[in-house]
Ligand binder design. Structure first.
Ligand SMILES: CC(C)(COP(=O)(O)OP(=O)(O)OC[C@H]1O[C@@H](n2cnc3c(N)ncnc32)[C@H](O)[C@@H]1OP(=O)(O)O)[C@@H](O)C(=O)NCCC(=O)NCCS
Length: 284
């Protein structure tokens, strides 16, 4: 039976949700909608049925995420994953491409020129708020707060994710940390999968990141929470101590572009803005 690759259409969303459920991913239809609303995708169709997907999410003109690469188990090992990923890479043009690889995807992405960077650590569970008194510097942002957060994210992520932030503003709450009258960091809380996701989290120091996450933990007690961080943030032990246990993860990979993937081991105190938590494994 031949397989046709076409542009993904929104009327294929229900089948796409079934594909991700079959590989054990928690995405609800709303989670697919958020992703596909800011992405272009490729669908593999066999006999009128969706059997594979791959998406490219542009972050401005210079960067993109490749995500939701899935092949129905019955169709694996025949080159379809490679065809779908190659088609998504074509959609990215000259952009640097980033993704988080699962164990299944890693060999394929290495063959396509992606280079492995940091390990991504998925933490989840019923969060416990820190024992220390809450800092008054963290509050929920107003309706327009996402715009300033998108600016901070640009500095931390080194790519323009304003479209993503605008989409998040419809479903998420933004916690902001104020310092000297300015917004100095933020954490986003939104519904996803089985509960809620905390991410992205952007701050200058570990202590600021913990203050932001601590605030969100306090505000969402009793909820199932998930936070994806990279190994270099050193947050894992703190997350474990606050009820979010390590539950797998992946490997951050990049292809193209010229930015070094490794950060300097010693950052100046109060130094650069950096990401302490991903939006999701799909969107970095
Ligand atoms: C990852 C996935 C999309 C690969 O799809 P696929 O159609 O089987 O991939 P292909 O047949 O195109 O294989 C591409 C290459 O990767 C290799 N490969 C694929 N899966 C592999 C595995 N589990 N272990 C080792 N190598 C693997 C293949 O050997 C092939 O290399 P070759 O051409 O030199 O033989 C599929 O396994 C899948 O949907 N997994 C579940 C969802 C997932 O993890 N997606 C990745 C998200 S980052």
């Amino acid at each position: 039976m031949s397989i046709e690759l076409t542009r993904f259409r929104s009327d294929q969303l229900d089948e796409a949700v079934l594909l991700s459920q079959a590989v054990g991913w928690p995405h609800r239809r709303e989670d697919w909608e958020l992703n596909t609303g800011i992405s272009v995708g490729v669908a593999a169709v066999a006999d009128g049925r969706l059997v594979g997907t791959a998406f490219m999410t542009p972050f401005g003109e210079t960067c993109a995420a490749i995500n939701l690469v899935i092949v129905d188990a019955a169709w694996r090992g025949r080159g379809l994953g490679r065809r779908l990923t190659a088609a998504a890479l074509d959609l990215a043009g000259d952009r640097e491409c980033r993704l988080v690889a699962t164990e299944d995807g890693l060999p394929l992405y290495e063959q396509l020129g992606f280079v492995a960077g940091q390990a991504v650590r998925q933490h989840q569970g019923i969060g416990r708020a820190p024992q220390v008194p809450p800092t008054e510097h963290v509050t929920w942002a107003g309706d327009d707060g996402w715009r300033i957060c998108a600016g901070l994210d640009l500095a931390a992520f080194a790519a323009d994710r304003r479209d993503l932030f605008e989409a998040l503003s419809g479903v998420a709450r933004f916690a902001v940390l104020r310092q000297d009258g300015e917004t100095a960091g933020f954490a986003v809380l939104r519904p996803f999968g089985r509960g809620w996701v905390i991410g992205p989290v952007v701050a200058r120091t570990d202590a600021q990141a913990r203050d932001l996450i601590g605030f969100v933990l306090r505000e969402s007690q009793g909820h199932f929470l998930r936070l994806d961080t990279t190994a270099d943030t050193g947050l894992s032990d703190w997350l474990e101590a606050h009820g979010l246990t390590h539950a797998g993860g992946g490997v951050a990979m990049r292809r193209g572009g010229h930015r070094p993937d490794h950060r300097p081991p010693h950052r100046p105190p109060g130094g650069d803005l950096r990401s302490f938590a991903l939006v999701s494994q799909a969107l970095g």
